[in-house]
Write a protein that binds this ligand. Structure first.
Ligand code: NAP
Length: 231
């Protein structure tokens, strides 16, 4: 066996946790699994009940209980968890489950028929002040290293938009905003592996333009479209 093969076979498969196994969470899981990344995923359902859903929507993803979401990813280093549950459910997630892992905030604040989804008080106050929701999420889940990413692309476009075989210049660009440079590097590396062209917008506050009323939301973007928003 060559030295290269030996090194590969001894590398553990990276694992990412995903909180939420709905439309967004399973789309992220499918793309991660296709890119050779292991996925632990949870929902409100116990793992055994979730398994059937995953067989259909994210075959190969490993169902876990919410409190176990970061266990395997943290065995490999700092760990990474993607937040893909509705914001109104965020008080059900205990920050200590995530610890100081990288937390990819893929959530959005939704308004239905002119009414905002009912939010936890700490988040409602920030959103009412028109602050980026990810800034309140970063405070609530501290010491997790929050990165705003993956929220501005629709689940229905995700599988086709991931272009692992495409050169970077032809890939769909996705924005990343965070105050933590180490976490920024990890998330940008993961997005490259998934088949996207990640563009850093700078600090977490810059992620405001990624939200549902912002100019980057649900638009098929290339790197040039994102660069004017980078700080
Ligand atoms: N849909 C999109 O295109 C898209 C794209 C990017 C980002 N987002 C954002 O991602 C978030 C989720 O959206 P979605 O469309 O995926 O919603 P969804 O289809 O309704 O799925 C929500 C998932 O979260 C799970 N969940 C709810 N409360 C939970 C809790 N307390 N603990 C563990 N899991 C819990 C649900 O569990 P059960 O399955 O057991 O009910 C379900 O699997 C939203 O903030 C949304 O804005 C959505």
């Amino acid at each position: 066996m060559s030295e290269h093969n030996t090194a590969q076979s001894s590398d553990p498969q990276p694992v990412v946790g995903i909180l939420g196994a709905g439309r967004a969470g399973t789309a992220f899981a499918r793309t991660l699994l296709a890119a050779g990344v292991g996925v632990d995923i949870c929902s409100t359902r116990p793992p055994k009940a979730l398994q059937h859903h995953l067989t259909i929507y994210a075959p190969g993803a490993n169902p876990v209980r919410p409190e176990e979401i970061a266990v395997r990813t943290r065995q490999q280093g700092p760990g990474m968890v993607i937040l893909a549950i509705p914001q109104e459910e965020l008080d059900e997630v205990e920050p200590e489950w995530i610890g100081d892992s990288t937390l990819v905030d893929a959530t959005n604040t939704w308004t239905y028929a002119g009414e905002r989804e009912p939010l936890p008080g700490w988040l409602d106050a920030a959103v009412t002040e028109q602050l980026p929701s990810s800034m309140a999420i970063a405070g609530h889940f501290s010491p997790a290293r929050t990165v705003k990413a993956l929220n501005h692309i629709a689940h229905s476009e995700f599988d086709d938009a991931a272009g692992r075989d495409l050169p970077m210049t032809q890939r769909r660009a996705l924005a990343v905003a965070t105050d933590d440079d180490q976490a920024r590097g990890l998330v940008m590396g993961l997005l490259v592996r998934m088949g996207f062209d990640p563009v850093s917008l700078g600090p977490l506050a810059a992620g405001r333009v990624m939200e549902p009323d912002g100019p980057l939301f649900n638009r098929p973007l290339q790197r040039e479209d994102l660069l004017p928003y980078a700080r």
